[in-house]
Design a protein around this ligand. Structure first.
Ligand SMILES: Cc1cc2nc3c(=O)[nH]c(=O)nc-3n(C[C@H](O)[C@H](O)[C@H](O)COP(=O)(O)O)c2cc1C
Length: 209
């Protein structure tokens, strides 16, 4: 076991469509036994309700509802997951002294993307992202908009130049396993896990193996 495995991955769900992607990443991390910190932006609650028919209580109170939704009822998952409110600017991920494996913003709205690209750290998601960049840790952004305008593209380039990785939820067709919505979600989640240094996820078959 390398030392990184003891440090949590911070997952942020923002108010772009595709909240299920964030939940599926949390599920995959917990099933791999990885400690996970979750931040859900205020604007996400409406999207989560619309798309997943899930009403969540705020911040730290939402752990139970999320684990039930993900069908992860074992006590070990409760110990691995930590939920933070986006308003909690004093929470551990807001400080560089709190060690993490990295951070994933999934899905990432263009509003949060723009703030991150400009260094505006006015909530826990954007502050934790800023910290992740300054500490030269892995920052993975799953931008979700279509089409992207010039401002979106420039913001992505700026973040990429600062060390962030863009993994948009693009469609993939070259393996049989991808040919369902579930397969497409697994493809994106698997890609993210690969880049977090967790390639043993088994979410898709690897080409040539
Ligand atoms: C149902 C719904 C779907 C949305 N989808 C997107 C989207 O795909 N991409 C995006 O950038 N914004 C989307 N938005 C707008 C964002 O929620 C809005 O810009 C918000 O300010 C984002 O704030 P946050 O990044 O703090 O969550 C959507 C809003 C709603 C209500």
């Amino acid at each position: 076991m390398d030392t990184l495995t003891q440090h949590p991955t911070i997952v942020a769900i923002t108010g772009a469509t595709g909240s299920i992607l964030g939940f599926r990443l949390v599920k995959a991390l917990l099933e791999l036994g990885e400690p996970t910190g979750l931040i859900i932006s205020g604007h996400s609650y409406q999207v989560i309700l619309e798309e997943m028919k899930l009403t969540l209580p705020p911040g730290s109170e939402q752990k139970e509802s999320i684990l039930n939704y993900l069908n992860l009822t074992d006590l070990k998952y409760k110990n691995l997951l930590q939920c933070y409110s986006n308003k909690q600017l004093g929470a551990p991920p807001a400080s560089g002294t709190y060690l993490t494996r990295g951070m994933v913003i999934i899905p990432c709205s263009m509003a949060t993307l723009g703030k991150m690209a400009s260094g505006i750290s006015d909530n826990l998601v954007t502050r934790a992202a800023d910290v992740t960049i300054k500490e030269a840790r892995k920052l993975i952004v799953v931008p979700r908009e279509s089409p992207f305008n010039q401002i979106h593209l420039e913001n992505m380039l700026r973040l990429n130049q600062a060390g962030a990785l863009m993994i948009p939820p693009v469609l993939s067709f070259y393996q049989e396993a991808f040919k369902s919505l579930d397969g497409q979600i697994n493809y994106t989640i698997g890609k993210i896990l690969d880049h977090l240094g967790l390639p043993h996820h088994g979410l898709f078959p690897r080409w040539g193996t």
